[in-house]
Write a protein that binds this ligand. Structure first.
Ligand code: KIV
Ligand code: ZN
Length: 518
């Protein structure tokens, strides 16, 4: 029997990026898009082109890199958004514009302040304009979960007539229960049958995003929008890995449906995104949480040893979780072993990146006793995704912070020249960041700071993520990795500055007078 393909529309780079603290830089987004393509998602929503020049740039670069998956940009139902979306995806082999407007009474009245017929006109104009750029246009009835179904039929008729090929019904506020989503999707998919496909986009405010998506599938949805690790606005979106594995593991129930996903890439994708965003899935998270395959109780361990299926419904290898995800390499490991390990972890690096990563691995191996897969993932990801290194931290020295005033001396390299300066601060990190500002001449305001240990042990690598706004402009993200948390913080801050400068071509020489060239 021919199974129906459920299209997987991944919005990790758009709705997922709306998770507080999950912003990513362009290089990071490109690496994620490449991994999503390896995962074989059908559509990658690469961002919201009109949101900022950085978003536009990332979508444009992803469009040039991705060949198999469709590359999509979100756009409000406004000409300027649609133009930006159309231009940002123009170089993609397969292109889609996703435009939306709210259709629920509460959104139309209080947010849009528009009458229903104006909303329909705006939607039709948006879809018609989008069709001048691409053939594949998706239209979303924002807040469909709280919209009137009669109105959604009316607007769907109009936008399909204008050229929309997918009608998405987002449960924007995660309000609906599975049986309600099922009924809505059934009615809408029967209504648009043969004219468009119905898609769903379920938020997780009541923890029902995945259940609602599965219910939508059995009731006629042929596309589901979802994110890796369930990232997304507020409580997040339906998790891609949960939907896909539920369809696979329960093929006795969902036997009529399948996806194009290569499930062996699920775990590597989840790790890549956790490493880049610094947002770890909760340990008991289904499919990809640290404990998802850990058996704690003696009875369970005994059962699994006797026969795996006593307590395991999913084989770890089916999601690409290797059994030797423990101690891996050490300081005596050579390049070949390192390269082999990278291949097992799903990285394929060119010679230059491989050499740089191997060098960093050797330095780490000299100082850290046990190196885990997560250390290697963090190290390589950090190497691959860093922006052009305009500034580089050479050394950092901290002065008495127990009794005296916290102060820091930092040495930075720029274009082969080393500059050193020192300053005091309210705390040690403040002192480090202030010194960097003094040396570079940029004025950073710290909007977020997060530190995570990458693996186990007292000698674990610290992965620091900072969100910094320079000179009052929109904040950028920087990551820093080091055994020393303060050095990792300094690297993260400089990483954010490098991102800011390379993104906008803003480099200006602004060393302040007090800094010393050495
Ligand atoms: O949740 C939502 O309604 C959205 C739309 C823009 C699709 O993210
Ligand atoms: Zn959403």
């Amino acid at each position: 029997m021919n199974k129906e393909i459920i299209k997987i529309f991944d919005t990790t780079l758009r709705d997922g990026e709306q998770s507080p603290g999950a912003s990513m830089n362009t290089e990071e987004k490109i690496q994620i898009a490449a991994q999503l393509e390896r995962l074989r998602v059908d559509i990658i929503e690469a961002g919201f082109a009109a949101a900022s020049p950085g978003d536009f740039d990332a979508i444009d670069k992803i469009a040039q890199r991705v060949t198999n998956s469709t590359v999509c940009s979100l756009a409000r139902a406004l000409d300027k958004d649609i133009k930006a979306a159309g231009e940002a995806i123009a170089k993609a082999k397969h292109q889609r514009i996703h435009t939306f407007i709210a259709t629920s009474p509460i959104h139309m009245e209080h947010k849009l302040k528009m009458k229903p017929d104006e909303v329909i006109r705006r939607a039709v104009d948006a879809v018609s304009y989008a069709r001048t750029f691409v053939e594949d246009v998706e239209f979303s009835c924002e807040d469909a979960g709280r919209s009137d179904i009669g109105f959604m039929k009316e607007i769907s008729d109009a936008v399909i007539e204008a050229g929309a090929t997918t009608i998405n019904l987002p449960d924007t506020v995660g309000f609906r229960l599975p049986f309600e989503i099922g009924a809505m999707v059934k009615e809408m998919s029967e209504y648009v049958k043969g004219r468009a496909i119905i898609s769903v986009h379920n938020h997780n405010d009541l923890g029902l995003g995945v259940a609602n998506s599965l219910e939508a599938i059995v009731n006629g949805a042929r596309q589901v929008e979802c994110t890796i690790n369930g990232l997304g606005e507020r409580a997040g979106n339906a998790a891609l890995e949960e939907i896909v594995m539920a369809l696979k593991v329960r093929s006795d129930v969902f036997g009529d449906y399948t996806t194009n996903i290569n499930t062996k890439e699920i775990y590597p994708t989840s790790r890549l995104i956790a490493t880049i965003t610094g947002i770890e899935p909760q340990p008991n998270k289904a499919i990809v949480g640290k404990n998802a395959f850990a058996h704690e109780s003696g009875i369970h361990q005994d059962g699994v040893l006797k026969h795996k299926e006593t307590y395991e419904i999913i084989r770890p290898e089916d999601i690409g979780l290797s059994k030797d995800d423990t101690l891996v390499l050490g300081k005596h490991s050579g390049r070949a072993a390192f390269k082999d390990k990278l291949a097992k972890l799903g990285f394929s690096l060119d010679d230059e990146a491989l050499n740089a990563s191997f060098e960093r691995f050797k330095i780490l191996a000299d100082r850290k006793k046990e190196i885990y897969d997560d250390d290697i993932r963090a190290l390589v990801t950090n190497e691959m995704t860093k922006a052009t290194q305009i500034y580089e931290i050479v050394s950092l020295q901290l002065m008495d912070c127990s009794e005296g005033v916290p102060s820091a001396a930092v040495r930075i390299k720029k274009e082969g020249e080393e500059i050193m300066d020192a300053s005091i601060g309210g705390g040690t990190i403040d002192a480090v960041f202030k010194t960097i500002d003094r040396i570079t001449g940029y004025n950073g305001s710290l909007e977020g700071y997060n530190v995570k240990s990458v693996s186990e042990g007292k000698d674990a690598l610290a992965n620091v993520t900072v969100k910094v706004s320079f000179d009052g402009e929109p904040a950028v993200i920087g990551h820093g990795l080091h055994l020393d948390t303060m050095l990792a913080s300094a690297r993260a801050y400089i990483g954010a500055l490098n991102s800011y400068l390379s993104m906008e071509g803003k480099l200006k020489s602004r060393h302040c007078d007090s800094s010393q060239t050495v």
